[in-house]
Design a protein around this ligand. Structure first.
Ligand code: SIN
Ligand code: NI
Length: 263
């Protein structure tokens, strides 16, 4: 059966204020069992697409593949993925948490941590990779498998979203983000380990420090992340796989069919 995700879920005041204070929040049961099954099937199909519009950013044998087997913009290759990625339910939850007056898609990415020979996703912020002038863009990270410290669950440092102006971290040869002078107030010992049941999710601000454990099990850890930005967010001019070749000039509002308004 084909699922419909056009309903909205009212988050609690506690969830909204937790997100605004700490830069992340956990939300249980974002998907029903039936929706989860369908998303797993869609995502497996989308990961196998050859020559589509989505971008496979790592390949078997690459060092990066040990951190993440990642495919960006699955929604452009697979109608079923598009229904999840463009869904009102997730975007509306992002709107409630951020308080944005409108929410646009930046991109989705499938994030598989492959079995056994995998590496942790090092501590980093997401926003420095994004070609945006304004902060505030954020991600939903939906677990397609139960996750804990053995197979790649995430950790977040509460309140670290207040730290701006840091550089990108090389996810393969990472510098220690905590040793950056700008991160001096951030204590890695305060990090929250977020174990999730499949179908549950977290939302995190693009500036929140986060990490994911290696996957030491014999099954992939599958997750779908979708990045949302405030309607009106402008292009910084930096290179990014989703904006390169799209004709944007520095300062232009990120909009159009690649960046649809979802809520
Ligand atoms: C991961 O899924 O391992 C990392 C996700 C992220 O960095 O947002
Ligand atoms: Ni990240």
């Amino acid at each position: 059966m084909t699922v419909v995700l056009d309903n909205t879920i009212k988050l609690t005041d506690e969830q909204v204020s937790y997100y605004r204070e700490n830069g992340f929040v956990q939300v249980e049961n974002m998907l029903t069992t039936e929706e989860l099954e369908e998303l797993r099937e869609n995502l497996e199909e989308a990961m196998g697409v050859q020559g589509g519009r989505g971008v496979q950013t790592s390949g078997v044998g690459d060092l990066y593949y040990k951190v993440l087997n990642q495919r960006v913009n699955t929604w452009r290759d697979h109608g079923g993925m598009a229904r999840f990625v463009l869904s009102k339910r997730f975007a509306d939850a992002a709107k409630q948490l951020t308080g944005f007056s409108g929410v646009r898609l930046f991109h989705d990415h499938a994030l598989f941590k492959m079995p056994r020979d995998s590496k942790p996703t090092p501590w980093h912020q997401d926003w420095p990779y994004w070609p945006m002038n304004e902060t505030g863009a954020m991600s939903i990270w939906i677990a397609l498998d139960d996750v804990d410290e053995n197979n790649g669950c995430m950790m977040f440092v509460p309140k670290s979203q207040r730290v701006k102006n840091l550089k990108t971290i090389d996810l393969v040869n990472p510098e220690d983000i905590f040793s950056d002078e700008g991160a001096s107030g951030v204590d890695r010992n305060m990090a929250a380990i977020v174990r999730l049941k499949a179908g549950s999710c977290t939302f995190h601000d693009g500036l929140t420090f986060h990490y994911a454990h290696a996957n030491t099990t014999d099954r992939p850890r599958r997750a779908l992340a979708i990045i949302y930005m405030a309607d009106g967010t402008t292009y910084s001019g930096s290179n990014h796989v989703c904006t390169d070749g799209q004709g944007f000039e520095k300062g232009d509002v990120l909009r159009g069919g690649m960046f649809p308004k979802l809520a």
